[in-house]
Design a protein around this ligand. Sequence first.
Ligand code: PAF
Length: 285
Amino acid sequence: MTFISHCLDIVSSVNEIRDKVLSAKKKNKKIAFVPTMGGLHKGHLSLIRKSKLVGDVSIVSIFVNPMQFGPAEDYSVYPREEEKDIKLLEDNGVNILYFPDKDSIYPKNFQTEVSVKKIENTLCGKFRPSHFKGVATIVTKLLIQVMPDYAIFGEKDYQQLVLINQLVSDLNIPVKVISCPTIREDDGLAFSSRNTFLSEDGRYIASNLYSELLNVADLVRRGGNISNICEKAVQNLLDIGFSSVDYIEVCDAISLKKLDKIEDNTRVFGAAYIGNTRIIDNIII
Ligand code: PAF
């Protein structure tokens, strides 16, 4: 599909995005890049605002990456709202939308995977076995294609952020990764493209993940037993109406190793389902 915009440059091939970036860099412009899968919401808008603060040229990509969805996951129904997204990008002063199609990202005979071994197998990785290989591969590709000075990601997907920091460092990709705090609804629910899948009741239930994480953080700070507190939090979420809980875990914020006592940089992470909708969140302790 072709989209036309008057103030937003929309490009769909690697050559086009490279040409635009190279000509901006020749003029000493700094490139700030926000990779997304579309379904844009206030969380993305905060990343875009940051991109405009740190860079001269703000680039957003929209690509629903099949490689990061498991076979039974929601790839086919993931929000695809291109016209609404383009309007938001225009209204928020984004300069370039990189909007590649599936074949230009994964051409026939594509066979390379990026694997961040330890990080991809913990927390969400235990429940979504190929997810982080998909994320690491697409983010590496996008960074090589766009060659930004800054790449901006949200803390809501904290494990993703840790993974990206690791791969950027391991592969010497010349980009500065910037993280932005989670943006929440008034009741605390973190903005996510998947929230649109929730019914009104589901939406209420979902807001309890954040309150439960606050509760865990409070009890852990008071010196309670971490494993008992997390077990009880899982039960509380089930009692409130979550269909299932993948985990509530207290971990080191850099290595993501599970902790049994709180250290300098500790976070609590949670993932749970309401029907088929998976909600994740995390906060600092
Ligand atoms: O956070 C997301 O929206 C995606 O995981 C990302 C980083 C755009 C890779 O597809």
